[in-house]
Design a protein around this ligand. Structure first.
Ligand code: HEC
Length: 126
């Protein structure tokens, strides 16, 4: 009779341990899922105005012409300067000319300059 009791006790204990392991595994799964969701969100963050993706590295809109911006506009200053600047086409042209005159920005060929200005006025226009 006593042995029977021990037997039952062991079974119950085993079930408890298994239950505990299961609960821990589930908790870990939820944590992992939450972490993954967060990572995904960082990747697919979108510009609310255009619905286009935002580059997690530069925080700039990945619109048309971004491939040029990504190369020409990230060397000297944080892109925060670009993101917080709002201007129409003339304003952006002035900013480029000023950087070329005073800050050592290179001169672009006409088509590259056109790409830059179109990008800047489209996504960071007034
Ligand atoms: C050769 C270096 C260099 C490059 C490349 C460069 N800039 Fe600049 N830019 C500067 C400097 C220096 C400043 C002044 C920064 C400061 O005041 O802290 C500046 C300032 C600015 C400003 C602020 C202007 C103002 O009037 O407040 C904007 C906007 C800007 N840059 C945009 C751009 C864009 C867009 C590009 C790509 C076409 C670019 N920059 C590439 C050097 C550069």
């Amino acid at each position: 009779m006593k042995a029977w009791g021990y037997f039952l006790f062991t079974i119950v204990l085993d079930l408890l341990v298994i239950g505990l392991i299961y609960v821990k595994a589930e908790q870990r799964k939820t944590l992992e899922e939450a972490a993954k969701e967060k990572a995904d969100q960082a990747v697919i963050q979108k510009d609310p105005r255009t619905g286009l993706g935002i580059d997690p590295k530069t925080r700039l809109v990945m619109g048309e012409g971004y491939d040029v911006i990504k190369v020409e506009c990230v060397k000297c200053h944080p892109t925060q300067i670009i993101r917080s600047f709002r201007a129409d086409r003339n304003g952006w042209l002035d900013a480029l000319r000023w950087m070329q005159r005073e800050k050592g920005l290179k001169t672009f060929d006409a088509s590259t300059e056109e790409t830059l200005l179109t990008y800047l006025t489209t996504y960071y226009g007034k």
